[in-house]
Design a protein around this ligand. Sequence first.
Ligand code: ATP
Length: 381
Amino acid sequence: MEVVLRNLTKKFPGRDRKKREDVIAVNDFNFVIPDGKLIGLLGPSGCGKSTTLNLISGLLKPTSGRIFFGGDDVTDLPPENRGIGLVFQNYALYPHLTVKQNILFPLQNLKGKDKLSKREMLEKANEAARLVQIEELMESKPAELSGGQQQRVAIARALVKMPMVLLLDEPLSNLDARLRLQTREEIRRIQRKTGITTIFVTHDQEEAMSISDMIVVMKDGIVQQIGKPQEVYDSPVNLFVARFLGTPPINLFEGRAKDNQLYIGEDAVLRVKGIADQEVFVGIRPEGFILQENGPLCCALGGVEVMGRDISVVSQNKASLSQSIRAIVGAEHLEKIGKTYAAGYGEKGPDGDRAMETPVRFALNPHKVFLFDKETEERII
Ligand code: ATP
């Protein structure tokens, strides 16, 4: 089902009563969520993700703006009449009920023409359990299950009425790293299989990027950018989005555009056309550095980390705004750069200062270099 958010705004009374300033948790959110897509709602703590989800679910009423499901205005409908399934971070299962009874629960309150026979209810519960692959756990109590299994039960319970829209609020936060990975794949599989329009809230950019058809990046209640994960990563609209996405994070420098050249420190590192002479922030993705003997960007080599297929070259440059620069290059460079690094250490064992002085030079992939206005932090190119 298509979900449309139109000028959606939610204000809460500020905590400091004397100031009488409202907190604008969601500020004029506009978005057409296409039918059958999985949307990742992403941003740091307090940016308004949960409030947005609670507005869509009906648990909160907007201060202004409207919400449409499949063309129908649902803004004034209570949650139970919206045809939604909800899953929260803390599975919220009934501890005294078995898995089966937990999944059956939403069906038992159906009234009037929606009322189901016992057999129909059982069929639906079994179908939901099959979908999340917990059929063999139906007679267990929640306390006997792992966190991942409990979250699957919560998802089965949300799916049992075959909702039009599935809303997930940080559903993986209570799981350990391995289960998180597994369960997020699981959510993707279930979403693909059912085709239910799904909105998934997370503060973990990697999680959102890996399973979403589209991501929405929010900051201070304001949508910063909406797009396919790769598009947003490759083409961030501002410094915030560029920094928020990417592992390892984007490298940041102070730079200067002058005479169609980009300078980082004294080095003219890239030709940049059609941009006025100005001071800029320069963002370079870790994979945007190309090791090259006569490359224009000179850095001091600080270390090399092997990461399977790639190596991470840790280095420094005076114009860098972070502790160190992280460049990801192919493992084929390992031998050479490893030797350079070892040479910096000298024969008597590690000599940090000498290692730091060992220069390493990079050329830059222009598609991985972004320039931002120093005042507005909007992207220039
Ligand atoms: P988190 O990842 O920490 O859950 P979030 O992005 O989901 O954060 P929200 O919970 O939507 O953020 O909160 C957005 C803003 O609205 C915050 O400043 C928060 O303090 C405020 N807020 C949320 N709920 C209320 C409320 N019931 N009363 C007052 N302020 C609230």
